[in-house]
Design a protein around this ligand. Structure first.
Ligand SMILES: NC(=O)C1=CN([C@@H]2O[C@H](COP(=O)(O)OP(=O)(O)OC[C@H]3O[C@@H](n4cnc5c(N)ncnc54)[C@H](O)[C@@H]3O)[C@@H](O)[C@H]2O)C=CC1
Ligand SMILES: O=C(CO)COP(=O)(O)O
Length: 414
């Protein structure tokens, strides 16, 4: 009998017209990574040429400088990102083995500092218990020290903390450092909406890609197969370096030249996931939930394209689009807490439920719904986005959870 991995790869080949319509790179990465790569043996000879590290060395005359990577953030996904990266920096000689991970310091109930516990156990005992990160992950509570000398910075904190973090990093990072944001969210400023990758680029004066996808961290932590999308602006060679740093036999990463599209998919699906949670809390069933997901996807696409005309339709069919929407509406934290909110019949707030159910982990969907609502009101677009608008109004208690179907089903006045 074929192994599950081989059966999955056959399924992917059966949709080859879709794959072939993408870049030859995406096709070859699937070809190499899935059927022929046993777990943890993604040797460079079996990888797409773009992923082979020779592309990033400068030749024999001068020994190349090893690339240093720092992960800024150490929550649930931040810890898994550090684990993925650390397995690759050990394997690829162009990278320095050590991966530094900045920790927002806290004291555990035992009295021990979280950083000390992570370094002693090689495990994030609070945000990712039971998973070894790799001995080459070093937790550091000093933000400035953690980024010092880094050539590649991976930003992965809840989005509401990023403005403060960027302010602390001004003048502290290398001028030519490359960044990537795994953060799903946005900021709304006087001038209008600001994606987190733009905040990082603008405040630190550096290039910033994004990585989004159907990536429930706890599943990737135990090495279950999944995919992700890297969004880049211009430099494809930089996107490929990020692909190389994140890819494993169970984590397949595809580059797409559409930063805004990829980041808005990751950001907006959290609002739809809140709606899906309301549907679950009201026990409305699968058809209703599917309808909410479809309406949500339509609003995600319309909102993204109205904000940035460069956003590509094809991005919504990548892992960052429809796949992330599905996984978050089925198994994410936003869905789970929104379900409890609807069941509580107005007796509990999101803040209370978040603290009780997530124990330090953070929801992004409630604040994103507020930020999206501000953009819609400011631009006079509320009537075009009934689902997005209704989610926010339910979250703040102006409407009951049942409004999710009563209001979202209205055809938007486009
Ligand atoms: N967990 C998941 O499955 C996935 C999460 N993401 C995204 O990754 C980003 C980070 O999420 P997670 O790693 O899951 O974090 P998390 O929600 O598990 O943990 C919260 C983190 O925030 C930190 N924190 C608390 N107060 C802070 C402050 N004042 N300043 C800075 N940090 C503070 C905590 O120390 C902790 O590391 C979010 O944008 C999320 O949407 C993306 C894909 C999957
Ligand atoms: O972004 C996620 C999966 O890709 C995780 O979503 P939640 O924050 O709702 O758990």
């Amino acid at each position: 009998m074929a192994s599950p991995r081989r059966r999955l790869s056959s399924l992917l080949y059966s949709v080859s017209p879709l794959l072939l319509s993408r870049s030859s790179y995406s096709y070859s990465s699937l070809f190499h990574a899935l059927p022929f790569c046993p777990r943890l043996s993604l040797s460079s000879s079996s990888m797409a040429p773009e992923l082979q590290e020779e592309n990033y060395t400068t030749g024999p005359a001068e020994p190349p400088q090893k690339t240093r990577v720092t992960v800024v953030g150490s929550g649930n996904w931040g810890s898994v990102a550090a684990k993925l990266i650390a397995s690759n920096t050990l394997r690829l000689s162009s990278f320095h083995d050590e991966v530094r991970m900045w920790v927002f310091e806290e004291t555990l109930p035992s009295g021990e500092k979280l950083t000390d516990a992570i370094n002693r156990n090689n495990e994030n005992v609070k945000y990712l218990p039971g998973i070894k990160l790799g001995k080459n992950v070093v937790a550091d509570p000093d933000l400035e020290n953690a980024v010092n000398g880094a050539n590649m910075l991976v930003f992965v904190t809840p989005h509401q903390f990023m403005e403060g973090i960027c302010r602390r990093l001004v003048g502290k990072v290398k001028a030519d450092v490359e960044a990537i944001s795994l953060i799903k969210g946005m900021e709304v400023k006087m001038e209008g909406p600001c994606m987190i990758s733009t905040l990082i680029s603008d405040q630190l004066g550096i290039n910033c890609c994004v990585l989004m996808g159907a990536n429930i961290a706890n599943e990737i932590a135990v090495e279950k197969f999944s995919e992700a999308t890297v969004g880049y602006r211009e430099k494809k060679e930089i996107a490929q370096k990020w692909v190389q740093l994140f890819s494993t036999s169970y984590f397949i990463v595809t580059p797409v030249q559409d930063v805004e599209g990829v980041e808005l998919c990751g950001t907006l699906k959290n609002v739809v996931a809140i709606a899906a949670g309301f549907v679950d809390g009201l026990e409305m069933g699968n058809n209703t939930k599917a309808a909410i997901m479809r309406i949500g996807l339509r609003e995600m696409k319309a909102f993204s394209k109205m904000l940035f005309s460069s956003v590509k339709d094809t991005t919504f069919f990548e892992s960052c689009g429809v796949a992330d929407l599905i996984t978050t509406c089925l198994g994410g934290r936003n869905r789970k807490v929104a379900e409890a909110f609807a069941r509580s019949e107005g007796k509990r707030s999101f803040d209370e439920l978040e603290a009780e159910m997530l124990q330090g982990q953070k929801l992004q969907g409630v604040s994103t719904a507020k930020e999206v609502y501000e953009v819609l009101s400011h631009r006079g677009w509320l009537d075009f986005f009934p689902l997005f608008a209704t989610v926010h109004e339910i979250c703040i208690g102006t409407l009951p959870p049942t409004a999710i179907v009563e209001h979202s089903e209205r055809t938007p006045k486009m």
